[in-house]
Design a protein around this ligand. Structure first.
Ligand SMILES: [Zn+2]
Length: 275
């Protein structure tokens, strides 16, 4: 596991990360024998009214200076693990320019671009799904992700494309390549052409209220067939005991499909280490 980095973690600097800390999660990663981890705290400049009425902190922006200072402190304590400075940018049409400015005017190791809200709905609270069948719901999310990442441009990792399976009880629990081949191909063309990573977000395959989604290996196989080589592992941890969640299992799957590298970024430059 020494070449694998957990590129997606939340800590005390995320509005929903108070259950762990940079120090606790970094110690957990070191104990597991990971090569490193990156703290990618939430930064959603826009959130729907409904979300804010349920959680006033949803649009709290990351205190970049404080987070990076704390990373420096913990890095001194734990030289055996590389601790990277990141951010998870919540992409939305209402804050495209602000997001780009924020990335441009700060320095990070890596930037994840994610969709947490679609239009004025919040899948986490269910509103997004109400008038949709599974195919429209999943497809709409993928389309939004594809559109917004092209607007953002300045990011490294496309975050959790399968976030949308987590929070509703459709019988169809998996996002399969065959159901969304056109949009997957479009996303992959963009990622490959621009040197960005496809994230395997292992949180998406956990049990959510009795439902479990599975990674469709055809998604990865197609990415590889099109020339995709940049795979980023992320646990999306909000607790120290979730750092590196199921990485051995997913690393084996990725390797069996012919991928040779696992990716992370340092100062926005791609680093590929052998799997
Ligand atoms: Zn996210």
């Amino acid at each position: 596991m020494k070449n694998i980095f957990d590129n997606h973690n939340h800590c005390e600097f995320s509005f929903d990360g108070k259950r762990t800390s940079i120090e606790k999660s970094s110690r957990a990663a070191a104990k597991m024998g990971l090569g490193g981890l990156c703290f990618t705290d939430h930064n959603d400049i826009y959130a729907p009214e409904y979300t804010i009425s349920h959680n006033i902190h949803a649009t709290d922006l990351l205190d970049i200076e404080a987070q990076q200072k704390e990373i420096d402190r913990v890095q001194e304590l734990l030289p055996e693990i590389k601790i990277l400075k990141g951010i998870e940018i919540g992409m939305h049409p209402n804050c495209r320019e602000e997001a780009r400015q924020l990335i441009k005017t700060n320095s990070f190791d890596q930037v994840i671009g994610s969709i947490h809200y679609v239009g004025d709905t919040d899948p986490y609270f269910g509103g997004y799904y109400e008038d949709k069948d599974w195919k429209t719901a999943y497809g709409g999310y993928l389309e939004t992700l594809c559109t917004e990442m092209k607007h953002l441009e300045d990011f490294d990792i496309m975050g959790h494309y399968d976030y949308i399976v987590r929070y509703w009880d459709y019988e169809q629990t998996d996002i399969l390549y065959k159901d969304f081949s056109d949009i997957f191909d479009e996303m992959f063309r963009y990622l490959i052409h621009n040197g960005k990573a496809l994230e395997i977000n292992t949180k998406s395959y956990q049990n959510f209220n009795g439902r479990q989604s599975h990674l469709d290996t055809n998604v990865l196989a197609r990415y590889r067939e099109m020339g995709g080589e940049i795979i980023s592992f992320g646990s999306d941890s909000h607790d120290d005991f979730h750092v590196g969640l199921d990485f051995a299992k997913y690393a084996a799957i990725v390797k069996s499909l012919g991928f040779r590298w696992c990716a992370h970024y340092e100062k926005r430059k791609l680093v590929q280490l052998p799997l």
